[in-house]
Design a binder for this molecule. Sequence first.
Ligand SMILES: Nc1nc2c(ncn2[C@@H]2O[C@H](COP(=O)(O)OP(=O)(O)OP(=O)(O)O)[C@@H](O)[C@H]2O)c(=O)[nH]1
Ligand SMILES: [Zn+2]
Ligand SMILES: [Zn+2]
Length: 266
Amino acid sequence: MCTVCGCSDNTQTQIDGNTLFRYQAQALPIKLKQQHHSADHYHEHSPEKISLEHDLLAKNDGLAKHNRQNLIQRGVFTLNLLSSPGAGKTRILERTIADLGSRFCCQVIEGDQATEQDANRIRKAGAAAVQINTGNGCHLEADMLASAVDILKPPQGALLFVENVGNLVCPALFDLGEHRRVVILSITEGEDKPIKYPYIFHGADLLLINKMDLLPHLEFDLDACINYAKTVNPSLTILCISAQSGEGFAAWYQWLAAELKSLPKQ
Ligand SMILES: Nc1nc2c(ncn2[C@@H]2O[C@H](COP(=O)(O)OP(=O)(O)OP(=O)(O)O)[C@@H](O)[C@H]2O)c(=O)[nH]1
Ligand SMILES: [Zn+2]
Ligand SMILES: [Zn+2]
């Protein structure tokens, strides 16, 4: 996890090519008590390095809460898109912008370790985009979202999509202050991902199963995938789509419209 692998400690984050100066988490010593119970044996181990992880996540959660309120006040519906690399996040956004761009102001915050390629694809599709490069980091954090919103300045009524760094593990831990979480799983990844990486599916509002056009060519068990996803998150909404053919996109837009309507008004 991030605070162990060190990726949250990075000072390499760039936003539209400029270094982003970030808060530094302060490690507060918290004692972790590990109790060994047996008839003749009891002791505690302390302190442990879990302190930094706890502190970093708590700081992020505070900033995320602030982001969420700020975005509601501004009337900006914000969605966090999560998936493994290459599941089709940018392709889905390109098609969504092409279809919805005349009805909504769509804007995108792009997260990748390196390059501006995705932001350029989004701009070409017709929407404003800010690229965040996380360097050795493997996920976005709430302060990065706040900085990107300051640059984008989304207007009232905008749809703000955040494409997180491609990774099914760490992004699950970091609330950005989004209003809805969307996980994308492409059928080339295999049907077992929801039970192998349960946290990201557990925390999602919507699962988009993408690349359905490839189904005739793959041994992908769609029913098993849906069952696995429902096992880790019984309230998850699941839609099957193809960003290539457009299959299922009408249902995706209906879901977006319904969720937008259900947001608290400021
Ligand atoms: N056949 C097929 N290919 C797709 C579909 N969606 C995306 N792709 C292709 O999959 C590849 C990866 O798509 P991207 O949109 O770049 O994926 P991503 O999730 O944004 O990738 P990262 O930003 O690197 O994490 C591209 O070659 C897309 O054209 C789909 O529905 N069907
Ligand atoms: Zn990590
Ligand atoms: Zn992408």
